[in-house]
Design a protein around this ligand. Sequence first.
Ligand code: SR1
Ligand code: MG
Length: 429
Amino acid sequence: MSAQIETRAGYLPQKPETLAAYLSGVERVRNLLGGAPGQWNIAEVGDGNLNLVFIVKGPLGGVAVKQALPYVRLVGESWPLPLSRAHYEHMALSEQARLTGGLVPGILHYDEVQALIVMELLEPHIIMRRGMIAGTVYPKFAGDISTFMARTLFFTSDLALTAEKKKAMIGAFSGNTALCKITEDLIFTDPYRVAELNRWTSPQLDAYAARWREDGDLKVAVSRLKLKFLSSAEAMLHGDLHTGSVMLTPEDTRIIDPEFAFMGPMGFDVGAVVANFLLNYFSQDGHEKQAGDRDAYKDWVLATLEQIWTSFREKFLALWRDNPTGDAYPASLFQGAQGEARLEAERQAFMERLWTDTVGFAAAKMIRRILGLAHNIDLEWIEDKDRRASCEARALTLARDMMVNTASYSSIRAITDAARRVREEIKSY
Ligand code: SR1
Ligand code: MG
C-alpha cells in the first residue's frame, strides 16, 4: 500500500449535490441529458470496492459517471490508491472499444484531473453476477465474452503487433503498478499466509484456511502463477474480468471497469471468467428454495462455461490464421505447405499452454474470493453459514486440485466434470 492519500490540484470527489454543476459544463452531456441541471436526478450507486459511481437522468436521457477516489472505498482512507487508475481505465476502454465495438460502454467524456469518466447509461442492463444469482439465462454471453477476449488479447499481442507497437503498449500501461499490486497481494499471496485483511466463513472454514497456509505444494503453485503474472507481458488484459465487470441483458453484453488493465498473461483474463462461472455453479445449492430447483440453471452455467472456452479457442485461432501481422512467428520462416503445417501445430501448442495458464489462474481467483479480502456475493448472499461453507468447501477443493494438479485438467470438460463430481462427493464442509 502507498503511504499517503494522493492530492491533485483541482481534484474534487463528486457528490450528488455537486455533480449537476460539473456536468452542466460538459456540452455533450448537457445536451444528452436535456432540460436544466435542476431537473436532473442524480444518485450515487457504486457498490464496487474502489470508486464512486453515479447515475444521472435528465428529461432526454441518462449517463453513468465513474470517479476514482484516492483510496480503496471498501477499506477506507487507511488504504490510499492513486487516481491514475482512471487514466488506465480510459486508455483500456478506448482500446477495447476500437477492438470490440459495442461490447463496452460508449465513452462520452473523460476528465484526467477529476479522474472521472462519463459513459453511456446501460439500461435495462444489470450486473451479471446479480443476474446469475437470480438464475437468469444469458444466451448471448458465451459468444460475446469469447469475442471480447479473443479480439482484445489477440490484437494486443506479439502475434498481431509489431515489436515497436507492442513495446509502446507495455510502456503506456507500465505505471498501473498500484492496481497490479492489489492483485499480486490479494490473489497470489494473502490467502496463503496470515494477513490482516483475510476473512472467511468462520468458524466453519477455519480448518480450511489453516490448511491453505500450511500447504507447500499450493504455495509453490501459486507462486509460479504470481511469477507469470509479474513477468509475462503477453497482451493487454482487462485485469479484473469477473462477472461483476459485466453489465448485460439477455440480448446485449457490455464489459465494464478495466481499471486493472495492464500488459500481462492472457490466461489471467480467461481464468477470471472460468473462476467466476465455477464459483457461481458452486453457489447455486445455497440459493435453492427447494432441493433441485436450480438443477437446470447449474447445467446452463457449466454448459456455458464449456462454450466460452471452446468459442474463445476457435476465435483466437481464426484471428491468428487470418491476421499474421505480428513480429512473432515471421511468415518467412513458415513458407509452403510444410511450413503452414508446422505453424498450425504450433498454434495448437500455444492454445494448450494458454489453457494450462487459464486453469491455474482460475484456481487462484476462486481461492481468493473465499479466503481473501474481497468476496463474491454469489457466495456471500447465502445467509445460512453452514450452507455457504459447504458450497465454499467444494469450490476450494476443486480449486486446490486445479492449481496443484493442473496437468490432469487437459480440457474444459475435465473441469466441468470435476465440478459435478466434487459437488456430489463433498456433502458438507
Ligand atoms: C481492494 S480491491 C479488491 C478487489 O476488488 C476489485 O474488483 C478487484 O477484484 C480487487 O482484487
Ligand atoms: Mg471493478
